[in-house]
Design a binder for this molecule. Structure first.
Ligand code: ADP
Length: 266
């Protein structure tokens, strides 16, 4: 048996105001997976992702990263980056300076850092925009810059919290497609938070479905789609089957709880 890259062992999270954000969450994520955490607003997706990033600690239970404590994260072969819902770029700095920030903080020499920034910008389709200021870019391009900043450190684990949720559907689809290609090209594990069933099925090798009050895992579905996914995957019979199955599982869980079904885009 291999050690999972991320192990969540009977984790509860109660915030100081008494909100129980997560209850008895158990989950293993293996190296190389593309896992989406899918569920309606308030089901604890962001809280769980923040725990993966070491920003929040569990109230009960344990997390392990590569079989060890959080202090081992950041060492070679165990690098982690996170992309937030907003691009969070420094408005006064150029796109290249923004992307170089994690390398500057790590003390990477300027010449090497600049080469890596150019490569990261090219990887997200922004090769010509290094000198631009963030405000000169569209929302989608700003998210690309944010993605480049996360990728410039060559993470083994990439965490994304609804990164494309504020973008129009066309831009979002493009970014989803590019993210999937980046994941395929690089040897990394991705955990992606979304409330869109379509986006989860398009992107993932596995979808972990969560439900609110209290936040918990209600389904864990492997997506046996093609390695290379294009627009054809979005309209294929298996894609539609996976979307229907997930939608039904979420509706059933809500009905069992006597809830209205809201917050997840089918
Ligand atoms: P999701 O990402 O699925 O929308 P969150 O993890 O953001 O869910 O939130 C789960 C629950 O925890 C929600 O009820 C939310 O209001 C609550 N919550 C999140 N962060 C905090 C916090 N810092 N303090 C108190 N309650 C919080």
């Amino acid at each position: 048996m291999t050690t999972p890259l991320l192990a969540v062992q009977r984790v509860d999270k109660r915030y100081p105001n008494g909100t129980v954000a997560l209850e008895d969450v158990r989950l293993d994520i293996e190296a190389g997976e593309f896992v989406s955490l899918l569920g309606p607003s308030g089901c604890g997706k962001s809280t769980l992702l923040k725990m993966f990033a070491g920003i929040e600690a569990p109230s009960h239970g344990h997390l392990r990263w590569w079989g060890g404590p959080f202090s081992t994260v950041g060492t070679p072969g165990r690098r982690m980056s996170m992309v937030f819902q907003e691009a969070t770029l420094m408005p006064w700095a150029s796109v290249a300076d923004n992307v170089r920030l994690p390398l500057d903080l790590a003390g990477v020499p300027r010449r090497e850092a600049d080469a890596r920034v150019s490569e990261a910008l090219a990887g997200v389709g922004l090769a010509k925009f290094g000198a631009a200021r963030p405000r000169e870019l569209s929302g989608g391009m700003q998210m690309r810059a944010s993605l480049a900043r996360a990728l410039v450190t060559e993470p083994d684990l990439l965490l994304l919290d609804e990164p494309f949720g504020a973008l129009d559907e066309f831009t979002r689809n493009r970014l989803d497609s590019d993210l999937r290609t980046l994941w395929q090209r690089r040897n990394m594990t991705v955990v992606f938070v979304t409330h869109s069933i379509y986006e989860a099925v398009y992107l993932s090798s596995r979808v972990v479905v969560m439900q609110a009050r209290p936040g918990r895992v209600i389904a864990d579905v492997g997506i046996d789609g093609p390695q290379s996914r294009d627009e054809g995957w979005r309209v294929s019979a298996p894609f539609i089957d996976y979307c229907s199955t997930l939608s039904a599982r979420i509706s059933e869980a809500h009905a069992a709880q006597g809830d209205h079904y809201e917050g997840v885009q089918a």
